[in-house]
Design a protein around this ligand. Structure first.
Ligand SMILES: Nc1ncnc2c1ncn2[C@@H]1O[C@H](COP(=O)(O)OP(=O)(O)O)[C@@H](O)[C@H]1O
Ligand SMILES: [Mg+2]
Length: 207
């Protein structure tokens, strides 16, 4: 979602997005735009504190929107201006394959950073609404509300499933030339999470 496609609510607020736990508004803090994620009264989660802690861990690994402050009811974080990964991919032409490969590679790298610090995002097998492409080149993973430091990490494997089997535009699999051999390399990484196995995966995907 670009800044031009933000919604204006009945009371004149700028809406960046809605989830089933929260609404995300755009505000201004000093001289920058920020996202204000507010807990919905009907949310199954009753506090934003867990998400704030998870996002802080992600930030320490250089992943996710930068968190500025939080309370039990809201989180103020960096506003990421851009389309979600699905709409960005759908608008790509076949000639943009290098751009697509670069963005997918950056997504995998962020997933690997999260795997390496033991933080499982939890919702990357349907990454469609949880990766925003900033400036047409930089993917940012959002929504750490379902993240965990105790669950077995599966960020790289989940993102791989999204690319391989998910509701992503079919031209992605075509451009990347996904093959069964990629699944074998993915399994090796899943069995043993290491930089070497991650690099083999990236290589086998031609990224
Ligand atoms: N930091 C952010 N910058 C811009 N848009 C955001 C940001 N965080 C969330 N959004 C948008 O708001 C939507 C809902 O936020 P999300 O964190 O997924 O809420 P929920 O936990 O309720 O699912 C997202 O799908 C995304 O489009
Ligand atoms: Mg969400």
């Amino acid at each position: 979602m670009g800044i031009d496609s933000l919604m204006i609510t009945e009371n004149g607020l700028l809406l960046a997005g809605k989830g089933f736990r929260s609404v995300v508004l755009v505000g201004r803090l000093e001289n920058r735009l920020v996202a204000i994620k507010i807990l919905r009264s009907d949310s199954p989660i009753k506090s934003m504190e867990h998400e704030a802690k998870m996002l802080t861990i992600a930030n320490n690994a250089n992943v996710g929107p930068c968190i500025f402050s939080y309370t039990k009811d809201f989180i103020i974080m960096e506003y990421i201006c851009g389309p979600t990964i699905n709409s960005w991919i759908s608008s790509l032409s076949f000639e943009s394959s290098e751009k697509l490969k670069k963005v997918i590679r950056l997504c995998f790298e962020d997933c690997f950073k999260l795997d390496s610090v033991g933080l499982d995002h939890g919702e990357l097998s349907d990454a469609s609404r949880h990766v925003i492409i900033r400036d047409g080149v930089k993917p940012v993973i959002v929504d750490f509300s379902n993240a965990s430091t105790t669950r077995k990490v599966s960020n790289v494997t989940s993102f791989f499933s999204y690319i391989m089997y998910g509701k992503v535009a079919p031209n992605v699999r075509q451009i990347l030339g996904i093959k069964m051999q990629n699944v074998d390399v993915m399994r090796t990484y899943k069995r043993c999470i290491s930089e070497e196995n991650f690099n083999s995966l990236i290589m086998s995907l031609g990224l």
